[in-house]
Design a protein around this ligand. Structure first.
Ligand SMILES: Cc1cc2nc3c(=O)[nH]c(=O)nc-3n(C[C@H](O)[C@H](O)[C@H](O)COP(=O)(O)OP(=O)(O)OC[C@H]3O[C@@H](n4cnc5c(N)ncnc54)[C@H](O)[C@@H]3O)c2cc1C
Length: 388
């Protein structure tokens, strides 16, 4: 799974993304995401100009090698990028998360033809990827997915109903999981294929600008080249690998949410006065601030460990990522709850970012393995270790 940092030079090979520079990403987030995130949240959509800016900065799939349109960013570096973006807006980070899952899948398991066909456009953000696993009746239990694909000559015919697709309203390429005779398979389905029906989901509690959609596939015909790997092979490979990356991205984005809560609360409490004095001088408030400091630093360290193990191609990254995501997402919901409390009534409305942070933080405890599934998985591993 390793993608090593390679310096493509000032220009890099033809089609390579510009090198990613963390201070530049931070400045981009501060200038072009933070001031607008609440507006996007209210409008329930991200503007196309923002998606173009992400492309200009080479942030759609920078982990791809330059030959495939990326800039050879390591997973550790990508984690810091997703943290920064998550600090600004979890909806934007969500777009990057699912896009990463799709483009990594094509890069890691796609055929030469699939890579040549899809990667340049995914890397350039000309196509947005959507990860289509969850269904109305199967979420945590992904193995119960009812979407099917049957062979018709060399083509495949896909029928099913997917729900909660991040970026589904604007995605051009769908990574669809469907049951075939020999087990779960993964297909690359152009979103404009006849039989694909996309319906926006509105009114979500958090990540409201992530442009969620419900996607129904009715007799969607794709050619043999749409299938990733052999039929029936996706469960332990594509699904596990892509979800691990998604989990890593959500964990890093959650660190950004804790940091945003901390920044907002330090600024607010330094100004706000109550009868007992300035909020920043009150011990009960300072205790919450110190919890945010510890939450952000510990979660960042756990994400760094998961990223380092990914860069070393060490399978221990899978468990390290579960642990990082569990800690980071619960630290984010705790920090966001405290942030609203510290802001009092001002935390309850959209004049300050903490109301959005509070709603967005909750999503991270549901997606890419819910908190309960993480608790089960982490404890299972502990018992395996002890009994070994
Ligand atoms: C904003 C948002 C974006 C999303 N984006 C995508 C996307 O892009 N692509 C995609 O495929 N899906 C997406 N999802 C779906 C997401 O992956 C699922 O919501 C998630 O897998 C949980 O499934 P579920 O909602 O069906 O909950 P369920 O599986 O029904 O679980 C309900 C509750 O039961 C708990 N639970 C489940 N099993 C156990 C158990 N064994 N023991 C104890 N408790 C258990 C869960 O933790 C949860 O609290 C998105 C969801 C949201 C909210």
């Amino acid at each position: 799974m390793t993608v090593h940092a390679t310096d493509p030079g000032p220009a890099g090979p033809p089609g390579a993304a510009p090198p990613v520079d963390l201070p530049q990403v931070r400045a981009f987030v501060d200038a072009e995401i933070v001031p607008y995130a609440d507006g996007w949240d209210q409008a329930e959509r991200l503007p196309p100009e923002l998606l173009h800016r992400i492309a200009e900065l080479g942030l759609w799939s920078p982990f791809l090698p330059p030959a495939d349109g990326g800039s050879g960013l390591t997973w550790s570096e990508l984690g810091r990028v997703h943290e920064e973006v998550g600090r600004g807006c979890s909806s934007v980070r969500s777009f990057l998360t699912v896009h990463t899952m799709v483009s990594w899948t094509v890069h890691r398991w796609g055929s030469d033809a699939q890579r040549a066909r899809w990667l340049p456009r995914l890397a350039a953000g000309e196509l947005i990827g959507a990860f289509c696993l969850t269904e109305p009746d199967s979420g945590s239990d992904a193995a119960a997915a009812g979407t099917t694909a049957r062979q018709d000559g060399s083509d495949w015919i896909i029928d099913g109903h997917k729900k909660w697709m991040t970026a589904g309203q604007v995605a051009g390429l769908l990574l669809v999981f469907a049951r075939t005779e020999t087990g779960m398979s993964a297909f690359l389905v152009p979103a404009d294929s006849p039989g694909v029906q996309v319906t926006p989901i509105t009114g979500a509690m958090g990540t409201r600008a992530s442009m969620l959609a419900e996607i129904v596939l009715r007799g969607v015909r794709v050619d043999a080249d749409a299938l990733i790997g052999p039929p029936g092979w996706a469960a332990g490979t594509v699904m596990t690998g892509a979800l691990d990356l998604g989990r890593y991205s959500v964990a890093c984005g959650s660190v950004g949410v804790v940091q945003a809560c901390l920044d907002a609360c330090v600024a607010y409490t330094s100004k706000r006065r109550v009868a007992a004095g300035r909020l920043s001088e009150l011990q009960l408030i300072r205790r919450k601030i110190s919890d945010m400091v510890v939450g952000s630093r510990s979660a960042r360290l756990l994400c760094a460990e998961a990223g380092r193990l990914k860069d070393a191609d060490d399978p221990a990254t899978i468990m390290a990522t579960w642990v990082a995501k569990y800690h980071a997402s619960t630290a984010a919901t705790a920090a966001a709850g405290d942030a609203v409390q510290i802001h009092g009534a001002n935390g309850f409305v959209s004049d300050y970012p903490v109301a959005r942070l509070y709603r967005d933080a909750k999503v991270a405890e549901i997606i890419e393995g819910s908190t309960e599934l993480q608790q089960i998985t982490i404890a299972d591993a502990a018992y395996r270790e002890v009994t070994r």
